[in-house]
Design a protein around this ligand. Sequence first.
Ligand code: ADP
Ligand code: ADP
Length: 224
Amino acid sequence: EAIIRCEGLRKTYGSVEALKGLNLTVYPHSIFGLLGPNGAGKSTTIKLLTRQIRPTSGQAWVAGASITSAKADVRARIGYLSEQPALYTWMSGQEFLDFTGELFGLSARDRRRRRDELLELVGLTAAARRRIGSYSNGMRQRLGIAQALVNRPEVLFLDEPVSALDPIGRKEILELFQRLKGEATVFFSSHVLADVDRICDAVAVLNRGELLVQASITELKERY
Ligand code: ADP
Ligand code: ADP
């Protein structure tokens, strides 16, 4: 049973056809990589699947619900990390996750528990009381991932999560994705083949709004 399915998903911005009828299937508890050069339509795809924008035509389902349905509860089952996440640099990592838990309506006890669990998961326990302003880019990105997970989403969408990182930061995030598989399906975009080929269970390659290929990594390696 698929956790994400796109059928003929299309998006135009004026005369720009950003996505030209995308068909895609993603299975639960997998790491899915959306690969493609700048302008390929990766952000557009992620924005559509997280309901930030609406399709021009076509349809998609995420975690059992259509992306065009008005049911509010589905949003809570999806986590999203933008390419440039906004973090409150004056807060400590711990305060930031607490604050996020409060926004989601968790009780003080539940937020503390979730916060500590997530700090551990993303490897920020030792830095929990430090100001975010003093964090490295990689640490900020890991905190952004923790924030997106506070509400226990079934699917986590990340737009170019490793593009701005150095090789060590990149490796840490990719390893973290592997640990996340038990918690959620990870759907992330990248323009670098090396990021997806090592850790993804399946990949799709986009170019100019068109799907060039969707396959498991094993299939891809046999074919190319
Ligand atoms: P990617 O994330 O792969 O770089 P995008 O989805 O951001 O690609 O963009 C796909 C195409 O749509 C590009 O040509 C881009 O310039 C265009 N585009 C994206 N967002 C907008 C927008 N809000 N208005 C007009 N054109 C846009
Ligand atoms: P990305 O590489 O993630 O697509 P961009 O720098 O291309 O990021 O785009 C940043 C923001 O500007 C996005 O919200 C995108 O939708 C929007 N955008 C991209 N291209 C255009 C465009 N040609 N006209 C208007 N907005 C655009």
